[in-house]
Design a protein around this ligand. Sequence first.
Ligand code: SAH
Ligand code: SF4
Length: 356
Amino acid sequence: MRAAPTATRYDLTREELNELLAGEPQYRLDQVWQGLYAQLAAPEEMTNVPRALRDRLTGKLPPALELVTTSVSDGQDTVKFLWSVAGSAQVETVLMLYPQRATVCVSSQAGCAMGCGFCATGQAGFQRHLSAGEIVEQVVRAARWARDRGRRVSNVVFMGMGEPLANEGAVWAAVTRLHGDLGLSARHLTISTVGVVPGLRRLAERDLPVTLAVSLHAANDALRDELVPINRRYPIEELLVAAQQFVDVNHRRLSFEWAMIDGVNDRPSDAVELAALCRRLRPAAHVNLIPLNPTPGWPTTGSSPATVAAFRDRLIALGVNATVRRNRGTDIDAACGQLAARSRAVGVVPRTHPAG
Ligand code: SAH
Ligand code: SF4
């Protein structure tokens, strides 16, 4: 499992940048670091830095992400960026603009090895981990797009391609950078996990109280084994213990994500089982209901709006907080679980090499 082959501009630590700036006046370190993080600037745009140094930094600190396409939703409030990263992989980032906040949904891996059948990323399989710099740069590039339209990124969710707790080191380095250098508050950084229990246990011991979302989708092991194969390794009981440990340390309510699949996990009995699990956590977990987004490799459809509403009402009647997540970006394939750049590109766009 390779990391990114070369260090890119947001992979460098401040100490590493300091080494790169050896021989320069000491204030250059702050200038360049501020340029990267406060101004979201590429080295060539840092006009307060002498030309020769700008050129040297541009050569030494390449960008990690090469933009392939940008898709903007009909309402102009959701943008999907498709990037190509080193090693011929492609990843996607989604920017969602709301009246009161702007959220970037980042990818933590190119592909995913967890194999959830209803998820387009899972259907495409795993390619490689992303480095911290590749993750941070997704936020920076989306934040530049937002800034050009007078908006500021306030939240980051690790709900793009990949399983963040299967790439913990890079994800945590990115979280630290987003918090310390881009200035995002820890509670506005959300890690979504399918339930990689050892990673969850370690997350509880980290020094920043990030927000946690657990993709549950089923409240008994028989069904969850089917929908989310990692459940066979870390069943619900173990997951609940680790989740409670996280809540105890961070004093934060966690949420369960529940993709609503027609006739599979949207029955009254599912709501009853789910409510019981939520109430076992102290404080009780919140539920986010996401109508299943259609993907090419999964036969079942999402629950109807009426079923989703009835399921939510049932949870609320059982004393559990539940909200229906609006589907953002379905028209540009930017919704949850629809990100699978590579699978669509491969075989469709053959690589051609110029003769000679
Ligand atoms: N691997 C992590 C984070 C990325 S997936 C995780 O699974 O939590 C982000 C969210 O999208 C998860 O809650 C996931 O279950 C959900 N999701 C995946 N495929 C989906 C689909 N087709 N429709 C709706 N939600 C989906
Ligand atoms: Fe991976 Fe999350 Fe998709 Fe499952 S739902 S395959 S864990 S990205």
